[in-house]
Write a protein of this length. Structure first.
Lengths: 38, 545
């Protein structure tokens, strides 16, 4: 049972990370989305 | 002594002319270019302040630049050196821009070859806050994204001297943290912070508190942010890393996506954490200076919800009308106290306005005397109309303080939705600020002292101002006196006579994503392209046919 839960958690994390990466990639494409500090 | 003050290349570029410590004229570059928070060299603003004051560039004795570019270079180099490969192209771009943006060369192009004084960024903030205050001694707290190295300073001021006692350096920055979460929530940094502040009362500050609190290292005595959550040091495209998403277990919001309860909760948590850190800094300022007065400066001083906390430790609080980088152009020039009004921008006479409006189709206009124009405008406001109010000199700073404003009756609950969705076409959760005559302010708002520049958020004591009261029962109030702005004061009095409440809802005269109106031509276009019912420009009452 523990192993199954662990696998489920890993899948959930992998999916979440994939979404985070997508969003970050999308945001980077937009107008500079930062506070200018350089 | 004639000084030209300049701020440029971060955001809110501005220029001013200061003669013998008196500010003659000041304007932000964005008003001329129409680019919000324009950070380019303010050549239009410089040209205008020179014309307005009647000087030429050759008359200028010295230029006061609001920061020290060499110290800033030092910071940027040091930060880039931490990640030489990752920042390789960024470094090339930065130093190419620096070469093109050398203050000396840019001023030479304008024909100026005289002395340039480079001031410390946070000293310019501190100077603007303190020298425009009524205090002879004070603590000064400045907070912004970053200056050269500093992000927070505490100084002690006495007479004409300001002594820095404490500072926190980049990359530990409360301003940058606020901007990061602003961008995480899908709002543009350096612009959307107001939206986050407005969103916060809709959320629960507990939901993300434990998680967001983990970005601070509380074992350190001073503010310390774990940089693994932030990309400030090596990216100019994004402010946060995937680790922040993982920490919050929340997807960053794209601007076009709907705002969910999670976003509201995160905004509330951020505001709460900001207030916690702000309180610590206030306590430190009190301990270090022992003063009963405090001046607050830097872009973070626009956080009116946090600012009110200063009254817990200090008897008197002063926050100037343009605490962000724009005001630093003035701060860099001041060396002692100066009675500076926020109405420092362009003005247009009745003749100019008549020429602008006389050939515009679809309108009718009437020229009225000073008393009748106030009476008529008040009648329209009392009747529930939306009135654009354009008078005398444009304000300097982010707030419309009654010379370039859209006004309406705050007693009508639907007015907020109408203004947000129909006129300004912006998010419905955003609150509007009320203006009230000072002598009656305490009847409606829980104020400790006059708030002429809308930089303190206070509790509204009455239930019948729904359009100017936020969901948590607070208002970002502006108190108005006759000395400060006579026509606006008289208008408020007249509205009070007609409705029994001398309060109007005051929002800046601009439409979505526009800068505040500067010229009568702009005003006319915006009036015709919006659902504003009536416009008053100086002595002209303008109606749509």
């Amino acid at each position: 049972m523990k192993i199954i839960n662990w696998i489920k958690l890993q899948i959930w994390r992998w999916r979440a990370n994939r979404e985070y990466n997508k969003k970050i990639k999308e945001l980077k494409k937009r107008d500079p989305f930062t506070y200018k500090n350089f | 002594m004639i000084k030209l003050g300049i701020s440029a290349f971060y955001h809110d570029s501005a220029a001013c002319i200061v003669v013998n410590n008196n500010v003659i004229a000041a304007a932000e570059e964005e008003r001329f270019t129409g680019i919000k928070h324009d950070s380019s060299f303010p050549k239009n603003a410089i040209q205008w302040v020179l014309n307005e004051s009647g000087y030429t560039i050759n008359d200028i004795n010295e230029v006061n630049w609001y920061e020290n570019p060499e110290t800033k270079d030092d910071r940027v180099k040091t930060i880039f050196n931490k990640r030489p490969i990752k920042t390789f192209f960024l470094r090339q771009r930065y130093f190419k821009n620096r070469k093109n943006n050398s203050p000396k060369n840019l001023l030479q192009d304008l024909g100026y070859t005289g002395k340039i004084n480079y001031n410390n960024h946070h000293h310019s903030h501190a100077s603007f806050s303190y020298y425009t205050s009524p205090f002879k001694d004070s603590a000064i707290l400045t907070i912004d994204g970053v200056g050269e190295w500093e992000t927070i300073t505490i100084s002690k001021a006495k007479g004409n001297t300001i002594e820095k006692l404490y500072s926190i350096d980049f990359p530990n920055s409360l301003g940058m943290l606020y901007s990061t979460i602003t961008s995480f929530l899908g709002f543009k940094p350096n612009e959307g912070e107001y939206k986050v502040m407005g969103l916060a009362p809709y959320g629960n500050p507990i939901t993300y508190h434990e998680k967001l609190n983990l970005i601070f290292n509380h074992s350190k005595q001073d503010l310390y942010l774990y940089q693994r959550y932030f990309a400030w040091e090596y990216s100019e495209r994004i402010m946060f890393t995937k680790r922040l998403c993982q920490l919050l277990e929340l997807q960053p919001r794209l601007p076009e996506e709907p705002i969910t309860q999670d976003h509201k909760d995160l905004a509330a948590t951020l505001q709460k954490l900001y207030e916690q850190e702000f309180k610590k800094l206030l306590k430190k300022a009190k301990e270090l200076t022992g003063s009963s007065n405090i001046c607050i400066g830097g872009g973070a001083a626009y956080n009116g919800v946090a600012n009110v906390l200063a009254y817990k430790l200090f008897k008197n609080v002063h926050i100037p009308f343009a605490p962000s980088d724009a005001g630093s152009a003035i701060g860099a020039c001041l060396t002692s106290h100066s009675d500076v009004s926020p109405y420092l921008g362009p003005r247009y006479n009745n003749k100019f306005i008549r020429r602008t409006i006389e050939n515009v189709p679809g309108i009718q206009f009437f020229k009225l005397n000073n008393i009748h124009i106030v009476e008529k405008a008040a009648e329209f406001i009392a009747a529930g109309k939306i009135v654009a109010w354009f008078q005398d000199r444009m304000e300097f700073g982010a707030r419309a303080l009654g010379n370039r404003s859209i006004l309406a009756l705050p007693r009508n609950a639907k007015m907020r939705e109408k203004l947000n969705y129909v006129v300004k076409k912006r998010e419905g959760f955003r609150p509007f600020a009320p203006s009230v005559v000072l002598e009656e302010a305490e009847r409606y708002f829980d104020i400790k002292e006059p708030v002429p520049f809308m930089n303190i958020v206070v509790k509204c004591k009455v239930k019948y101002l729904p359009a100017a009261t936020h969901i948590d029962g607070t208002s970002r109030v502006q108190t108005v006196t006759r000395e400060q702005n006579e026509p606006y004061y008289l208008l408020l009095k007249e509205v009070g006579r007609l409705t029994g409440v001398p309060v109007v809802l005051n929002t800046s005269f601009n439409l979505k994503d526009q800068t505040i109106t500067m010229t009568p031509i702009q005003a006319m276009k915006r009036f015709m392209n919006s659902d504003i019912d009536v416009m008053v420009m100086n002595n002209f009452l303008i109606l749509k046919k």
